[in-house]
Design a protein around this ligand. Sequence first.
Ligand code: ACO
Length: 434
Amino acid sequence: MDTPNTTYAELIIDGISYKFPIVIGTENEKAINISGLRNKTGYITLDPSFMNTGACQSTITYIDGEKGILRYRGIPIEELVESCSFVETAYLLLHDKIPNRDEYKRFSSILNESSLLHESMHHFFDQFPLHSHPMHILSTMINALSTFYPHVDSESVEHDIFKSSAFLISVFRTIAAFSYKNSIGEPMVYPRYDLPFCANFLNMMFDSPVKPYNIDEDVVSALNKLLIIHADHEQNCSTTAVRVIGSAQVNLYATISAGINALSGPLHGGANQAVIEMLETINKDEGDYKKYVDMAKNKSNNYKLMGFGHRVYKTFDPRAVIMKNECHNLLNKLKIDDPLLDIAMKLEEIALNDEYFISRNLYPNVDFYSGIIYKAIGIPTNMFTVMFAIARLPGWIAQWREMINSADKKIARPRQIYVGHPLRHVDKQISHFI
Ligand code: ACO
């Protein structure tokens, strides 16, 4: 709403001047509010792929892509990784505060109580074709939750949303672990009440009747960090999918399922799997990384150096800096000598000194090093993007809640400029097939 302090941008079309309010964010980001543009002028804006479109005002995550800054609810990502667990970070995203002891206990106990998957859903896992990608299993299973719990949508009361969010965060992790166990033909391992979130997940993934899993605190700590750095990233592709689909008042689980599908693409969350596959290919090719850099620079093909580049970050992705350090720390602690790490560092060095990458601001992104850590933890490659989804879930839910609670919420419905045929008619002279 305009106030006496509102300033305006002036747009002149056909000699007529129109004024549109300028919106200024907490960190001085500026936007022109053009929501009245079509009514006033008959024009719309055209911005394919939303390169220049702010879709909402949000209080959740702040990114400065030029300076490499990422904050959740105002707190730098580096501080959260240093001092908080993933569960505290999830609470922060959902409730705008780091939980105190009582809030943490209450949230943790709801997470624990909600971790069981409805027994009838266990049979679903058997019906997927062998070799189904776990991301597709995950999105199907989360969508299926809406048939068991149909009443969580944008009309639900806050208390139900709180409980459903905790349920979803908890059972999501159980489904992810079950889908892995199912894929390797091992019995599912039930969640344990005595284990915290990340340790519980690792136990469900790796414990077996013939080989008990030994929970290693360094691994648990690395997993917490990995999940924290992926927990939200403002209006990225999957979050936008969640907001757009949720705006039609779709059930929460069906909405999140859409986010999972968006995340599965190799240009988005699927990149972490693509990075490790690229590094493995280079390794098999006798480490000839220069060949792949040249391929990425060659415009006659579509090959890209996976894990490089970002729509928003035009300098180092701050998450990649954390990941790189964590990668070295964990591999040292676990005494793992992974040739893929050497190749990754060589690729990074060459890219950072190469005119092609420098001129296009292509730096390593969050996915460049995360796969090497997942590999060290024992997570199979096809589960990497599922790990990303587990992490991103609190962000999706926080963004969905913000959207449904916003005063100006409306169904998302972009417009277009039609460039097809002008009016033409059915040819009645020829026979048709009714
Ligand atoms: N390797 C080689 N060239 C690249 C790369 C790359 N990884 N990324 C971008 N470029 C080039 C493009 O070809 C383009 O070159 P041109 O100007 O000569 O045509 C230029 O850099 C600009 O790139 P765009 O594709 O226009 O950038 P956009 O913002 O649309 O895409 C994206 C960003 C999708 C991340 C892209 O950089 C990419 O495909 N990277 C590899 C996949 C990846 O790592 N994705 C994970 C992103 S992080 C996340 O989603 C969690």
